[in-house]
Design a binder for this molecule. Structure first.
Ligand code: TGC
Ligand code: FAD
Length: 401
């Protein structure tokens, strides 16, 4: 027994390390279902959505009927899958477009998760089933124009007025803001009040007086996704609008762990799509009387891309198995988000070069992914912030300030 496959055995160019064998039958089935959905419903149209700078809100119900919204949460109409299954769905969605994965991340990990984890039973019953079905769309308001990487410097306030809460301030760069039915908004309470100035989460129906969500235009990245400002002008909410189960920055940062985990998988999907587009193109495209895949310099690019995608897949799966075992540390999530997103961006740029001039049009998916990944590199904690989280983890010295 040599431990080797027979000489000359074929390897799959799309999965050279046979990472597929690490999935269960159930995971493969889910992966294939989402892949087919992306092929049928997203890929044929996403170029137009990107060109038009829009994401159709109607897709929410389609995501809902596939069980993709809040899919790793239990109860309240959620599918209750494993974390790895959620990751695999993110991977396939982002192989279509980062905007599709963003929609699902924000809905499930950023809007539903805080209600599910920190909400009252009444809040859960009111919002989660409709959100799981895609009948109600949620958004997550943490970032402000002057508080991005340092969200604890936020200026949005929540003041008590009798039993009511009154919110004032604004949030910036909020995915799904203009199409949302409900916004989970993080605001700082009165330092003199009973919450002692702690950040609290509020469930804000977007038809509440004083709430507005103007859309942000002129993006050249993540165009197939709605991004908005949230304006809160004396938004008066009943006492029970606050999320009772959490106080302090732990609230919003816990939600980020969920979404960053999904991005660790999602980025691999975008990278895989770019690698596969470059491989296919390089085998078809002839120059100097031969396929450009026959040039050593092109082969090197293809091999580097393939190795990166395979390595990213292994990292993501490892994180998924740890999350399912309940052992995943937040710093390990930062590893996946930081390394897989930068990997995907490098792969996208390399793939773009293989496509030559064709690589600069949205006729091919590569530059769309490449531009999208610039947003993914920045949101959910920039590459630098995750570097510093890991730097802190290995040295014990925080270097944020
Ligand atoms: P720090 O003083 O370290 O901690 C404050 C409290 O928070 C707790 N904590 C966490 N809890 C859960 N998960 C984590 N990852 C946590 N990190 C910290 C910590 O234990 C402490 O709790 P307690 O109870 O002792 O008070 O926090 P800090 O304010 O100094 O922050 C550190 C830093 C820089 C790492 C953090 O601010 C950060 O991660 N900044 C990046 C901001 C960010 O990622 N924003 C994302 C906005 S949402 C978004 O981008 C959506 S994109 C959506 C799409 O996909 O379209
Ligand atoms: P800044 O924090 O100003 O950073 C600018 C640069 O400085 C970066 O390179 C950063 O890494 C660097 N920097 C900052 N601090 C340090 C430091 N201590 N050390 C070293 N370098 C540092 N937010 C939400 O709340 N909800 C959403 O739904 C949402 N969706 C988004 C969708 C899109 C398309 C985009 C682009 C952003 C979205 N965001 C959302 C906001 C996103 O989370 C922020 O953009 C991100 O956290 C970075 O903040 P910033 O853009 O203000 O950059």
């Amino acid at each position: 027994m040599t431990g080797h496959a027979p000489l000359g055995q074929h390897v799959d160019p799309r999965d050279v390390l046979a990472t597929d064998s690490l999935l269960s039958d159930e995971e493969r089935l889910l992966r294939d279902t989402v892949r087919q959905f992306v092929g049928d419903r997203i890929l044929p149209e996403v170029g137009e959505w990107f060109d038009a700078g829009t994401f159709p809100a109607e897709m929410a119900k389609e995501f809902g009927s596939l069980g993709l919204l809040g899919m790793h949460l239990e109860g309240y109409g959620c599918a209750g899958t494993s974390a790895t299954a959620y990751g695999l769905a993110c991977l396939e969605l982002e192989a279509g477009d980062s905007g599709a994965r963003s929609f699902v991340s924000v809905q499930g990990s950023l809007a539903m998760f805080p209600i599910w984890a920190f909400g009252s039973e009444e809040q859960k019953q009111r919002w989660l089933p409709g959100m799981a079905a895609g009948e109600l769309i949620g958004c997550f308001g943490l970032t402000e124009s002057d508080s991005g990487s340092d969200p604890s410097s936020m200026r949005t306030t929540a003041r008590r007025d009798g039993d009511d809460w009154v919110l004032n301030g604004s949030k910036m760069w909020i995915t799904n803001g203009s199409i949302a039915d409900v916004a989970v908004v993080w605001a700082r309470t009165d330092p003199e009040g009973p919450d002692g100035g702690a950040v609290r989460g509020f469930v804000v129906p977007t038809d509440t007086a004083g709430f507005a969500a103007p859309e942000i235009h002129r993006k050249v990245s993540l165009r197939a996704s709605v991004t908005s400002e949230l304006v809160l002008d004396d938004v008066r909410l009943p006492a029970d609008a606050v999320l009772p189960g959490v106080s302090g920055m732990r609230g919003p940062l816990s939600c980020l762990n969920e979404a960053r985990f999904g991005i660790s998988f999602g980025a691999v999907g975008a990278a895989r799509a770019c690698y596969e587009a470059a491989l296919e193109y390089s085998l078809d495209r002839h120059q100097f009387d031969q396929p450009i895949a026959g040039f050593q310099l092109t082969q090197r690019k293809l091999v580097e891309m393939m190795v990166s995608v395979q390595r990213g897949t292994l990292v993501a799966l490892h994180l998924g198995r740890m999350k399912d075992a309940g052992t995943l540390a937040t710093q390990q999530v930062s590893f996946g988000k930081m390394d897989n997103v930068r990997m995907a961006l490098e792969v996208a740029r390399e793939a773009r070069s293989v496509l030559g001039a064709n690589g600069i049009t949205t006729e091919y998916p590569v530059i769309r992914h490449m531009n999208n990944l610039e947003s993914v590199y920045t949101y959910e904690g920039t590459n630098e912030i995750h570097t510093l989280i890991l730097g802190h983890a290995i040295t014990g010295i925080p270097a944020f300030q």
